[in-house]
Design a protein around this ligand. Structure first.
Ligand code: MN
Length: 236
């Protein structure tokens, strides 16, 4: 039986509408999962039932994570957040971890998971952590723009079997202090944490780059989607 994967909805503020990048859905499908896009819900019981229908969950990219989650005031004019995503995803993450549902975080996903579990973020890399590393590339987004060092002994290193990985990068926020319970799996040349996992969980990985843009051309991107799906299939 193929596992069902709940995918956090992307939000288009201008159109007041849910949307989705096809790469999330297609990447999950090609890895052997059945993706479904979550609606926006506030009711915890309803969310619980939806989570129970899913074998795994993907925390997708999107708007900035509100700095209020890690008890900071937003930097003036630099934060574009989505309150209803933050509040729904807080409920989902807590329940999913409690039930040990496999979780994959991508871009905003790594930031959100880190912030929700008690870490902090750079609200804006150019103003708070300027460096020569370009974290905000132009299209085509499937091409790598900077390298990351994969930390030896981590599940990501075991999965990819490389010490260095060229990645794409499309973020202006980033992990600053790592949340308790999470461990670094990849670091950019300017010291930004670009992948995390939670050793206590069966599978909770998060990456700062974008396998959903590069999965057709970059084998490492598909390996990450496959590691996630296989962790579900071989869970019990
Ligand atoms: Mn980056």
């Amino acid at each position: 039986m193929k596992p069902v994967i709940g995918v956090m909805p992307l939000w288009d503020e201008e159109k007041d509408s849910i949307w989705m990048l096809p790469g999330y859905m297609d990447g999950i499908s090609r890895a052997g999962g059945i993706p479904i896009i979550f609606p926006f819900l506030e009711d915890e019981e309803e969310l619980s039932r939806l989570i129970n229908l899913c074998d795994g969950l993907v925390f997708t990219g999107g708007q900035d994570v509100s700095p209020r989650i890690y008890h900071e005031e937003p930097l003036e004019g630099l934060i574009d957040d989505c309150e209803k995503r933050d509040s729904m995803e807080e409920i989902i993450l807590e329940r999913a971890i409690a039930e040990d549902k496999p979780i994959l975080g991508i871009c905003r996903g790594i930031q959100f998971i880190n912030a929700a579990l008690g870490g902090t973020l750079y609200q804006d890399i150019p103003s708070q952590h300027p460096s020569a590393t370009d974290h905000h590339q132009q299209a085509p987004y499937e091409l790598p723009i900077h390298e990351v060092r994969i930390v030896e002994g981590t599940p990501l290193h075991e999965c990819l079997k490389v010490d260095k990985l060229p990645v794409n990068s499309l973020h202006h926020q980033a992990v600053k202090t790592v949340a308790p319970g999470l461990t670094e799996m990849a670091i950019s040349p300017d010291g930004i944490v670009e992948a995390l996992y939670r050793p206590e969980s069966h599978f909770l990985w998060a990456v700062q780059w974008h396998p959903e843009f590069s999965y057709l051309t970059d084998e490492s991107a598909m390996k990450i989607f496959r590691a996630f799906i296989e962790a579900i299939i071989y869970k019990d």
